[in-house]
Design a protein. Structure first.
Length: 116
């Protein structure tokens, strides 16, 4: 199972921005689709955004459309989630996800806290 490593979380005021990063340990990311999910306290994990291996196609949850942007730099073997216009309801642990060699792999998560 590939290890996915997220970074970039933190504490930010409402209206602010953060950029999350996800990189695999010991494997090339460029041939796999990657998604971001999040889980707020007491709630189920939910889909946030996804990107195809080429980066040409992306999809978003309605709650983040127009505010979040998923992208990837295959030369750097990294997927990003740019989060702008953050709201208190965006507070959650954010997880990177990819199906690598038919194995559904998750990162350890990175905490994003938005203060109002």
């Amino acid at each position: 199972q590939v290890q996915l490593i997220e970074s970039g979380g933190g504490l930010v005021q409402a209206g602010g921005s953060l950029r999350l990063s996800c990189a695999p340990s010991g494997r090339t990311f460029g041939i796999y689709a990657v998604a971001w999910f999040r889980q707020a306290p007491g709630k189920e994990r939910e889909f946030v955004a996804a990107i195809t291996p080429s980066g040409l196609t992306t999809s978003y949850a309605d709650s983040v459309k127009g505010r979040f942007t998923i992208s990837r730099d295959n030369a750097k073997n990294t997927v990003y989630l740019q989060m702008n216009g953050l709201k208190s309801e965006d507070t959650a642990v954010y997880y990177c996800n990819s199906v690598v060699n038919d194995i559904n792999s998750w990162g350890q998560g990175t905490q994003v806290t938005v203060s109002s």
